[in-house]
Design a binder for this molecule. Sequence first.
Ligand code: NAP
Length: 289
Amino acid sequence: MERSATVADRASAERPKRAFVLGYPVAHSRSPLLHGHWLRTLGLDGSYERAEVAPEALAGFFARLPAEGFVGGNVTVPHKVAVIPHVAQLDPAAQAIGAVNTIWTEAGALVGGNTDAAGFLAHLDASAPGWEADEAVVLGAGGAARAVVYGLRERGVRVHLVNRTLGAAETLAARFGRGVEAHAMAALPTVLGRGGLLVNATALGMQGKPPLPIDLAPLRRDAIVYDIVYVPLDTALLTEARARGHRTVDGLGMLLHQAVPGFARWFGHTPAVTPELRALIEADVRAQR
Ligand code: NAP
């Protein structure tokens, strides 16, 4: 019995590892392009595959995972919350954010993690060294804003959360407790002057959506402007911020950096976010316009 388990373990360890991106639909996901680049350039024998699974088929998908040789994967809309009952445990980020975007296996059990906050911070650290602000203004109170707020609180930054629906900002602020203050949009001109970092985590400025209606005049002159929207890459917010002399950070790097921890866990190699990778994904984003 013990002997056959060892042989089976060895056989599964030798099988090429498979990872998935789970969504519904999932055809739009750029993750296969990104992870495919890393698998190719690192010369690894593994695969990263789209898994289009309807909400009612989620339980069946998870039941089949081990037999199909999947070691984990990414989770996208609409499953980021729905997968929680299907994993054995959550990492601290997923627990605080309340959503899972990365799943991996530890000692035979599935772990649900969230790498959006790590990706948000890694890109900020890489593109705006020395950015560390005491206070930040975050626009939005949806799923992405939750990850941004979690990341900023992990670094001890006090957050002013501004959202169209004040109730949503208040709920999010209550989730994080001290250090996060909710404001209505009308308070933005006053609040803007307080932050050394402004983050757009709303859907505004995205292709197909109106631009963010914001006057940057009250913003501190040394403030950094970070737009996590990455389609288009040059949002109206970033263009205006640059014209006013602010340092800016775009959303594409967050997408690239959030992918690193998952790949490292599934395939055992920590990949790099290189200019070559960025150019590959940037070309794909620009082709979408
Ligand atoms: P979400 O959960 O749907 O939240 C959307 C947010 O945008 C809410 O705060 C919403 O305010 C606000 N909003 C939407 N339409 C608005 C309007 N017309 N006027 C004012 N506010 C409006 O979406 P999400 O998942 O957080 O994503 C938000 C953005 O982040 C998207 O553009 C997404 O592409 C981007 N994102 C980027 C990355 C990356 O890696 N770079 C990762 C995740 C997400 P209300 O509460 O008032 O509705």
